[in-house]
Write a protein that binds this ligand. Structure first.
Ligand code: UT7
Length: 332
């Protein structure tokens, strides 16, 4: 039974660069505070009339297809992780299907809404589809436009400075070699703290009233999220390593979800992973939720930090709470 492997990777970020100083002109914050607490130096916001979640996903997917040396027509399943679909209905995966010129093929395409863990959930599903023989060439994408739900007020400055827009995509295909590609995936959730990181409106049980209210109700208990992240990230990374008889010293590269540089650094300290074995790029792009892992993985690969045969761990934690990991032997 072949497992899946990533055979092509791509990304897209909008042209609109927003610096910390730009935000400090609108809300009571500073470049110093944002860098110190989150590591973020700048982020990208979508360009109105140019970027949508599906158009950005289309750009990232086309790059991944080209690098996989695969024609879009050969894609037989599309999984799009996003908490910010173009429309409430339908999901954005069908719009990505259209971007890729695949409407006539009627391949399955669906959205998943696992926020920061969405890409890992998508990768796990793709791997299981390949293992079961259901599909052969799967596009897995994380794409977000979050700048439109941010509230640029002093009251919401903890979230206003964190979240941003972007897209990352991978092609997953069957791996014929033993012990290469995706070795295992590990998915978890716990709804106890669902309201501690949420975008509340519009609610299906009160939609009309919510729509006239005009706000999205983004709420985050940053400290609580931070505390849980420091427990779940190390646990789910160790779970992946142990499941494959590996230990931290075997790991060549950790790509954590880019939630906050301080979280990634604390996880690195807890697990005693050296600097050269962790890749972070939240400094440039902020927290792009479902898109952050493929964007960071793409960058690490482009920089030559992810090489054939390397043991790579992807790990995420976020709203829900949901968390997960994927261990793979890189076989591009
Ligand atoms: O994708 C996954 C989901 N999200 C996360 O993983 C986020 C996890 N949490 C965090 O990243 C951090 O909690 C934040 C970066 C959001 C906040 O950092 P913090 O060190 O936990 O700050 P805090 O919320 O405890 O606030 C400390 C102070 C407060 O002022 P007082 O009450 O001490 O006077 C805040 O009002 O910092 C203030 N503050 C800010 N000041 C300047 C909060 N946000 C800002 C800001 N600029 N943007």
């Amino acid at each position: 039974m072949p497992n899946g492997k990533i055979t092509g990777i791509g990304f897209y970020v909008p042209d609109n660069v927003v610096t910390n100083d730009d935000l400090a002109k609108i809300i009571d914050t500073s470049d110093e505070w944002i860098r110190e607490r989150s590591g973020i130096e700048q982020r990208r916001y979508f360009v109105k009339g140019v970027d949508t979640v599906s158009s950005m996903a289309g750009h990232a997917s086309k790059m991944a297809l080209e690098r996989a040396n695969l024609d879009a027509q050969e894609i037989d399943c599309i999984i799009l992780a996003t908490i910010t679909p173009n429309y409430t209905l339908p999901g954005s995966a069908v719009l990505l299907q259209r971007e890729l010129g695949l409407c006539g093929k009627s391949v399955p395409s669906f959205d998943i809404r696992q926020s920061c863990s969405g890409f890992i959930y998508g990768l796990a599903m793709a791997n299981d589809f390949i293992r079961s023989g259901s599909y052969k060439n799967i596009m897995v994408v994380g794409s977000e436009i979050q700048s439109t739900f941010l509230e640029m007020t002093d009251e919401h400055r903890n979230t206003a400075v964190l979240f941003a827009d972007g897209s990352g995509a991978v092609v997953v295909q069957a791996n014929e070699e033993d012990d290469m590609g995706i070795l295992s995936t590990h998915l978890h959730s716990d709804g106890t703290y669902a309201e501690n990181l949420m975008v509340e409106y519009p609610r299906s049980h009160n939609r009309k009233e919510d729509m006239s209210n005009g706000v999205m109700g983004l709420n985050m208990d940053g400290r609580l999220v931070f505390k849980h992240a420091l427990q779940k990230f190390p646990a789910v990374i160790n779970e992946a390593l142990e499941a494959n008889g590996n230990s931290i010293s075997d790991l060549d590269m950790l790509i954590p979800h880019q939630a906050n540089l301080r979280i990634a650094q604390a996880v690195q300290r807890i697990l005693e992973i050296p600097d050269e074995k962790v890749h972070n790029n939240i400094m440039k792009y902020g927290n792009t939720t479902a898109a952050s892992i493929p964007i960071a993985l793409n960058e690490a690969w482009e920089l030559g930090k992810v090489k054939e045969g390397d043991l790579i761990c992807l790990a995420a934690f976020g709203s829900g709470f949901t968390w997960g990991s994927c261990l793979m032997k890189w076989a591009y």
